[in-house]
Design a protein around this ligand. Structure first.
Ligand SMILES: [Zn+2]
Ligand SMILES: [Zn+2]
Length: 457
């Protein structure tokens, strides 16, 4: 008998963690994420309810590097886990950066540096579509999820029962990834555990979204302003750079892009995996035609350190904002919860000519969500304990990029894999309900799960 327990991210997004066990005492954990809270709440991140099982777990598999799927992994070693962590090769490079950054920001609340180091040592990396054994009678395989670099759907074969855990996946074409390839209908799945993030949201096509962004950027250029784009370091930032390198190509010489913050570290990781194993052949051909190794090789794309030599970064930012020349600034943090974007808002937020272009999802309660809703009066710290009052006067626009599957894609996953049982997780209750209705209409059995739910097969 199989038992599936949801230890986090059931009727919400954040701290993804699914546990599967059987009466032969075999136990596997899929994802171990943490949930971050808006900075102003002062709350430390919330872990999934996995500690009490850590000691008796055989294997942990991580679908992708996002902190809400991977961030609690090092803490498992504090809780008594001894086994391996399976992930794709790029995911290891990315979590290395994200875990260290998290420890630096939050302190050793869930884990210390020694647990982090142990976790990295215990990582076993895999390519896509390579079956590997995780314990007696159980094998696993990572399939490309097209969500971010290295993201995977996890396919388990548990003594002949095929379980597909989607993690986060994308059915749209994006610069680095082709739309997800659905499972082979001739090889049906027994149990599907699926994300439902966007089930009740209409997703605008990438073409429409980028056309709107282009229009706003050109408007900012013609006003003679600076276009500030706060963005998640991983994934969305590389996507924006790829768009700008193709849509603005030669124009980037007149309207150069400056990249700041952790995006630079993530660019370096992307650079290492710019090959057919991990990105679409489409982008590799485009790059070859242009003679670039990556989209951020472009002569019009610079780092903040190109602004001036030997100067504190905030000084460089000041120089960049005060320059006559128009420019685009791509910087962290994506939800404006800290990072260099505070310097840019402090120095350029009250200038009408400038623009603030939001390209990522903003969680309620974050500064980014307040600004997107029209908040103009901010208190921003400068990273050295000083607080500044900032009154925003720049243009603010929001663009709906999404890394998650549309409802059509979620339904297609069901049609291709014909599962006997479906469990909907990783979505607001309304999204889960919307999903369940759509899938039941097709005659499939679906259960929406809430935290701590356990189902027996
Ligand atoms: Zn994700
Ligand atoms: Zn997620």
């Amino acid at each position: 008998m199989l038992e599936i327990s949801i230890l986090g991210a059931s009727d919400s997004v954040g701290k993804s963690c699914v546990m599967i066990s059987d009466n032969d005492h075999r136990r596997v954990v899929l994802d171990a994420g943490i949930q971050l809270h808006p900075r102003r709440t002062g709350r430390v991140s919330t872990p999934p309810e996995v500690d009490k099982y850590a000691e008796d777990t055989d294997a942990v598999l991580i679908s992708h590097a996002h902190i809400d799927h991977s961030g609690y992994t090092p803490a498992l070693y504090r809780a008594g886990y001894h086994g391996p962590i399976h992930m794709t090769t790029p995911t290891k490079d990315i979590v290395h950066i994200l875990w260290k950054d998290h420890l630096k920001i939050e302190g050793p609340h869930h884990y210390g540096i020694s647990h982090l180091q142990t976790a990295l040592m215990k990582v076993e990396t895999h390519n896509y579509r390579r079956k590997f054994k995780i314990t007696n009678g159980i094998t696993a395989e990572f399939l490309d999820a097209s969500h971010i670099l290295g993201s995977a759907i996890i396919l388990l074969d548990w003594e002949g029962t095929r379980i597909l855990y989607t993690g986060d996946y994308n059915d749209a074409k994006t610069p680095y990834h082709d739309p997800i390839q659905f499972p082979d209908p001739d090889d049906p799945i027994d149990i599907l555990i699926t994300e439902t993030t966007n089930a009740n949201r209409r997703i605008e096509g990438r073409k429409t979204v980028t056309a709107n962004l282009t229009k706003s950027l050109l408007g900012c250029y013609s006003r003679g302003g600076k276009a500030i784009i706060p963005s998640f370091a991983l994934g969305r930032s590389q996507e924006i750079q790829a768009y700008l390198a193709s849509d603005f190509d030669s124009f980037l010489h007149k309207f150069p892009l400056y990249v700041d913050g952790m995006i630079l570290d993530m660019n370096a990781v992307y650079e290492r995996y710019m090959n057919e194993k991990w990105v679409s052949p489409r982008i590799l051909i485009e790059l070859k035609d242009k003679g670039y190794r990556t989209p951020f090789d472009h002569e019009g794309i610079h780092t903040i350190d190109d602004v001036a030599m030997r100067m504190k970064r905030f000084k460089k930012r000041e120089l960049l904002i005060d320059r006559e020349q128009q420019s685009i600034i791509l910087t962290t943090s994506g939800m404006m919860e800290g990072g260099p974007v505070y310097d840019y808002l402090r120095m350029g937020g009250n200038d009408k000519k400038n623009g603030l272009y939001i390209v990522g999802y903003q969680v309620d309660g974050t500064l980014g969500s307040d600004i997107a809703r029209g908040e103009k009066n901010l208190e921003l710290d400068n990273g050295f304990g000083q607080i500044f009052d900032v009154s925003l006067d720049l243009e603010v626009q929001k663009f709906q990029f999404s890394g998650h599957s549309s409802l059509e894609g979620l339904v297609q996953m069901v049609q291709y894999s014909s599962p006997q049982k479906i469990y909907a997780v990783h979505g607001e209750p309304s999204a889960q309900e919307y999903y369940a209705a759509a899938v039941r209409n097709l005659g499939f059995e679906v259960k929406t799960l809430t935290s701590h739910d356990t189902v027996q097969m």
